[in-house]
Structure formats: C-alpha cells, structure tokens
Design a protein around this ligand. Sequence first.
Ligand SMILES: [Zn+2]
Length: 101
Amino acid sequence: MSASPLKSLLRLYVALTGSISAYTVGLLDGYTAEHRRFLSSGFICGACREFLIKKTMVADVLVLDSEGGAIPMLQARAKGKYFACPKCGHRWEFRRKKQSQ
Ligand SMILES: [Zn+2]
C-alpha cells in the first residue's frame, strides 16, 4: 500500500477544490499557467510528482519573494512571487504582477 486512505481522500478533495479555485479565483488573480496546473493537479509537484499538502489542508510549499528569499506563507499574497517544492527544490512563478494598478 503506497498511501494511506486518509491521504487518498485528501488528495481527491484537493484535486476537486483546487481545480475549482484554479478556474475561478485563480484566473482572476493572475496566476501563471504553471501554478494553475499545480492547483488543478491537486498540489502535485511538477518536477518530482510529490503530493504537497499539510495536515491543515494548505499547500506544503515554500514561498519565495522576487529575490528568491523565503517568506512566510501569510505574506504570499502581498510579497510572494515563487512557490518552491520542499522535496526537490523545483520552483515556479505563481503569479504575474498586474499590468495596471
Ligand atoms: Zn518536487
């Protein structure tokens, strides 16, 4: 058995809700194509295929600012530019700056 039943259920839940938010909130919020893919895949790392979720139902990823420095998840919306996989270090841009503000 490769995964616990609970984790499989979580995975399904995130795949469903993640794809919903990816196609609603995500598009409006200027997420990149790769980040939408991450959300709609159910938090699967695009490089190592690891399922990235914490027990608190949030994505288990590192948040980096535009200089590549790690910042708290709480500041992701304000300052974050990249998400990174804690397992393999794969990094992707999750949001494009809005063109006009
Ligand atoms: Zn990875």
